[in-house]
Structures are given as structure tokens and as C-alpha cells.
Design a protein around this ligand. Structure first.
Ligand code: NDP
Ligand code: GDR
Length: 356
């Protein structure tokens, strides 16, 4: 038997970069879809894409976009994948309030376009499909902790678009006997996390403040609670979902949650700064206990029109059926991200204010 072939949308993102490494390590030929961009957007995978012309190159990149059905059909036809991982998305919840239609087009219709490509090409029995579903589907709290059976209540255009993608995946599985599965993944982070998600925004700022390149970190809702794991663990979970004999939907998470405030305290703690909180609501500030300087302030622009206050997973099904569990603790995750950003920020110098 030859190498298995995987097609990955969103390969230039955080999860795409970790998943591509995992699949290459397992001997796959990996085809990744990258968007045309006016500047380089392959920074996260450059180290595994060193020589595109090498004879034994197992990673291939193709231009494409989830909003372009013709492109997706052609890519599926050309690459004949055994497995498709649909990780591509406009993935920022707050940005989705500003670009709701585009978010629906890429995140909801994108999933449909790939499923249709598989069907149009008659590949329902050959190609397995993974949809990057999200704990954002749970939105407004209906039940804690959240399982595969917890009702959904999306709270953003992003979550509403992902709700469609979730159900169309279930529907194609039931209608056309396809191996199509959803991973309902809780927040997962890493040094490769996008700079405008809260964890990376915090660890970058902590590094820049420590290196005296930034004065203050501006945040929104400090009380939000999230179930944060490491992306490396979660791409292993995605792969296991696709290998599972029967297609199904699985929650992946740590079963532990923390507030944004705790994340801030932990991150500063790793560079030897103790944060003391003063005031309430928009007037709350984080003060450096050692120097008395104000290092954290609240800015209303980071509050969302509708907030998801807390997310907490119950990943029992994944543990029992897939043998999957997270291996990186919250403590180690924060430490790894701060350590990585100390290096990144030192190299980039005083340009950190771009990442608000
Ligand atoms: P990122 O934002 O880091 O990556 C998103 C990827 O999608 C990038 O490669 C991006 O390209 C690509 N993309 C965006 N729009 C399009 C489009 N129209 N056509 C093709 N590709 C596009 O996200 P993550 O890696 O963190 O997440 C991966 C997936 O998992 C996403 O679908 C996300 O919604 C979902 N998810 C993420 C969770 C998390 O905590 N990280 C939790 C649950 C679900 P470019 O690099 O050019 O911007
Ligand atoms: P989330 O991640 O919305 O959970 O979506 P994000 O890190 O953006 O926000 C987490 C929580 O932190 C609060 N917050 C802030 N968020 C940002 N980005 N910037 C701030 O300054 C800030 N201050 C407080 C937010 O209000 C929120 O409550 C992520 C994405 O990866 C999705 O694609 C994915 O589906 C979900 O995780 C699971």
C-alpha cells in the first residue's frame, strides 16, 4: 500500500501547521490549501516546506479558497485524498461581528462546498472528511460541563456559521453514507497561535513589557472562562477521529477552565512579575506589585456584542472511544508560550504594538 494522501484546508494556520507535521511524521503525502496573499502567509510551515522541487517532497501547497467551489472541486479531483481536514476558516469570533457574511461564506458554505466536491466526484466511499467544529457552538450556557449531547446556542456570526457546518457534516454522513465527522474542539493554543487571540496577545505583551518594548496591555472581558489546551494534543485527536472505524462527533478538551485574569497572572508570573488587581469593570487595572506600574488596562473595544462567558468540556467520549486525552497542562502551556514569545519579541524589536 502506498502513502495515504491528505488534503488540508487552513494549512497556514495554527492547527494546519501542527497537523501537517503530524501527518508527515506518519508517512502521509500532504496537500495543503493556501490563500493568495499580497505578503508571505506560510511562516508557520516554512520549516517543513524547504524545497518544493525536491523529488521526495511529501508536502504540496496549492492556491485555493473556501469561497471558490470550482477551485475546491479541482483540488479534490487532482489530489484524490483519502482524508480531508477542513481547518480553513475566518476563525476570529470578534471579527465575525464585523464580517458576518464573509464568515458565513467561508466557514459555513466552505464546508458544504467540500462535501459537495466529494459527492460530485463520486468519492463518498474513498474520502474521509473532518470538520473543525468548535465549543463556540455551545455559546450561551445550557449545561456544564459540555458534552456531545449538550444543546447548541451560538452567540456570534462565527458560531452560527460553524453551526451550519456542523449539521451539514452530520447530514452528509447520514444521507450519503460518508465517513464525515466533527471534532468539537475547545480552545487550544500554542506559540503558533494567531497574535490577536487572547492567550497569544497576553504572552506577546508580557514578553514585550518584560523587555521594556511595551508599556501596557489592553484587554476586554477578564472574567471570561475558557478550557485551554495545547494545539499539538488536539491535532492528534483530529487524526484519531478520522481513523475511527465509524464516523462520529467528538468533544476534545481538557475538562478544566480558567479565567482570562488567571491567564494574565500566570503569564506575568513566568517573567517574575506579580499582578495585583484594583478597581472594577472597565476601570479595573493590573498593577505590578514590585514597581507599582499599571501594566493591564481594560478597553471597551474588546468587549463583544454577545459574549460566551464560559466553556468547559467533558471529553469522556474521546477518552473512551479514541483513547485520546490532553497531555499539556495549563501551567506548561502558558510557560511554553511566554518562553517562545520572549525569543520572538526580542528578535522583532519594538514592533509589538502592531498586535493589539
Ligand atoms: P487560524 O485562524 O490560525 O487558521 C485559519 C486558517 O484558515 C488559515 O490557514 C487561513 O489562511 C485559512 N483561511 C481563512 N479563510 C479562508 C478561506 N476563505 N479559504 C481558505 N482558507 C482560509 O485557526 P486555527 O488553526 O486556530 O483553527 C483551525 C480551525 O479550527 C478553524 O476552522 C477554527 O475555526 C477551528 N477551531 C479552532 C479552535 C482553536 O482554539 N484554535 C477551537 C475550535 C475550532 P491565512 O493563513 O491565509 O489567514
Ligand atoms: P475565542 O478566543 O473567542 O474563545 O475563540 P479568544 O482568544 O479571541 O477569546 C477568548 C476570551 O477572551 C476574552 N477577551 C479577549 N479576547 C481577545 N481576542 N482579545 C482581547 O483583548 C480580549 N480580552 C478578553 C474574549 O471576550 C473571550 O471571552 C477561539 C477561536 O480560536 C475560535 O476559532 C474557536 O472556535 C474558539 O476559540 C473555540
Amino acid at each position: 500500500m502506498g502513502n495515504k494522501v491528505a488534503l488540508v484546508t487552513g494549512i497556514t494556520g495554527q492547527d494546519g501547521a501542527y497537523l501537517a507535521r503530524l501527518l508527515l511524521d506518519k508517512g502521509y503525502v500532504v496537500h495543503g490549501v493556501k490563500r493568495r496573499s499580497s505578503s508571505f502567509n506560510t511562516g508557520r510551515i516554512d520549516d517543513i516546506y524547504t524545497d518544493p522541487f525536491a523529488k521526495d517532497q511529501k508536502l504540496h501547497l496549492h492556491y485555493g479558497d473556501l469561497t471558490d467551489a470550482t477551485n475546491l472541486i479541482r483540488l479534490v479531483q487532482q489530489t484524490e485524498p483519502d482524508e480531508i481536514y477542513n481547518l480553513g476558516a475566518q476563525s476570529h469570533v470578534q471579527v465575525s461581528f464585523e464580517t458576518p457574511e464573509y464568515t458565513a461564506n467561508s466557514d459555513a458554505m466552505g464546508a458544504l462546498r467540500i462535501l459537495e466536491a466529494i459527492r460530485i466526484l463520486g468519492m463518498e466511499q474513498k474520502t474521509r472528511f473532518y470538520q473543525a467544529s468548535t465549543s463556540e457552538l455551545y455559546g450561551k450556557v445550557q449545561e456544564i460541563p459540555q458534552t456531545e449531547k449538550t444543546p447548541f446556542y451560538p452567540r456570534s456570526p462565527y458560531a452560527a456559521a460553524k453551526l451550519y457546518a456542523y449539521w451539514i457534516t452530520v447530514n452528509y454522513r447520514e444521507s450519503y453514507d460518508m465517513h464525515a465527522s466533527n471534532g468539537i474542539l475547545f480552545n487550544h493554543e500554542s506559540p503558533l497561535r494567531g497574535e490577536t487571540f487572547v492567550t497569544r496577545k497576553i504572552t506577546r505583551a508580557v514578553a514585550a513589557i518584560k523587555l521594556k518594548l511595551q508599556d501596557c496591555l489592553y484587554l476586554g472581558n477578564l472574567d471570561a472562562q475558557r478550557d485551554w489546551g495545547h494545539a499539538r494534543d488536539y491535532v492528534e485527536g483530529m487524526w484519531r477521529i478520522v481513523q475511527h472505524e465509524t464516523p462520529d462527533d467528538f468533544v476534545l478538551g481538557t475538562g478544566e477552565m480558567h479565567t482570562v485574569r488567571e491567564f494574565v497572572e500566570k503569564a506575568f508570573g513566568h517573567v517574575g512579575i506579580t499582578i495585583e488587581w484594583r478597581g472594577k469593570g472597565v476601570d479595573e487595572t493590573g498593577i505590578c506589585a514590585e514597581s507599582g506600574r499599571t501594566l493591564v488596562r481594560i478597553n471597551e473595544r474588546y468587549f463583544r456584542p454577545a459574549e460566551v462567558e464560559l466553556l468547559l468540556s467533558d471529553p469522556t467520549k474521546a477518552r473512551e472511544k479514541l483513547g485520546w486525552t490532553h497531555t499539556t497542562s495549563f501551567e506548561v502551556l502558558v510557560q511554553e508560550m511566554v518562553a517562545a514569545d520572549l525569543k520572538v519579541v526580542a528578535m522583532e524589536g519594538d514592533r509589538n504594538d502592531r498586535f493589539e
